[in-house]
Design a protein around this ligand. Structure first.
Ligand code: AP5
Length: 190
């Protein structure tokens, strides 16, 4: 199995690169942001609670996202592997992910971090906000998402560094250039 954690700040291109990885490696895409937005669209109890949190740019509780990921992994355990996009976002989520995979005799192959400076991600997200109206793509919420990333999510890098699975790449350039950089990192472990 090829199990990739695709990591980086909001707007760093995780969703965009996931699409290319799925096409090339036939992996199952697990985006906690997409899963939560589906709950919101379906107006489930979980979705209604999550919407208020997401609209502020804060993190939904670890228990909720770990539960969602656990179900999706179990349902797709015979696949060629997974792309984890926007998960794990806390060290507790990273530990839980390892536990869920270990229960099934699997592990994370590598964590690829898309390194993109704040000014670039702000530009990208404001542009997307104008184009799509996504509720959390506005200046004040983007600032909060970036703060949350620094305080709660960046420590996840240390978790994977310790396990020698951390692969940072330059996330500036064309989508194809960045994809080629990701492929280089995958070749090192696959
Ligand atoms: P989530 O949906 O995961 O949002 P995010 O991490 O903020 O990521 P984005 O989707 O904004 O960006 P991306 O890195 O995927 O970039 P993309 O490819 O879209 O999470 C939303 C919320 O859900 C969170 O704030 C939280 O509340 C909650 N949540 C989710 N997961 C959670 C978890 N695990 N725990 C707790 N809470 C959770 O690209 C962005 C834009 O840039 C696009 O318009 C794209 O076209 C453009 N672009 C992409 N690549 C390039 C490039 N190379 N050059 C120029 N533009 C580019």
């Amino acid at each position: 199995m090829l199990n990739i954690v695709l990591f980086g700040p909001p707007g760093s291109g995780k969703g965009t690169q996931s699409e290319k990885l799925i096409a090339k490696y036939k992996l199952v895409h697990l985006s906690t942001g997409d899963l939560l937005r589906s709950e919101i669209a379906a107006m489930t109890d979980l979705g209604i609670k999550a919407k208020a949190i997401m609209d502020r740019g804060e993190l939904v509780s670890d228990d909720i996202v770990i539960g969602m990921i656990r179900n999706k992994i179990s349902a797709n355990i015979d696949s060629r592997g997974f792309i984890f996009d926007g998960f794990p976002r806390t060290v507790a989520q990273a530990g839980a992910l390892d536990e869920v995979l270990a229960e099934k005799g699997k592990e994370i192959s590598l964590m690829v971090t898309l390194e993109v400076p704040d000014d670039e991600v702000i530009t990208r997200l404001l542009k997307r906000g104008e184009q799509t109206g996504r509720a959390d793509d506005n200046v004040s919420v983007i600032e909060n998402r970036l703060n949350v990333y620094i305080c709660q999510t960046e420590p996840v890098i240390g978790y994977y560094k310790e396990k020698k699975k951390y692969h940072p790449i330059n996330g500036i350039g064309s989508v194809d250039e960045i994809f080629a950089r990701i492929e280089e990192e995958i070749k090192k472990v696959n």
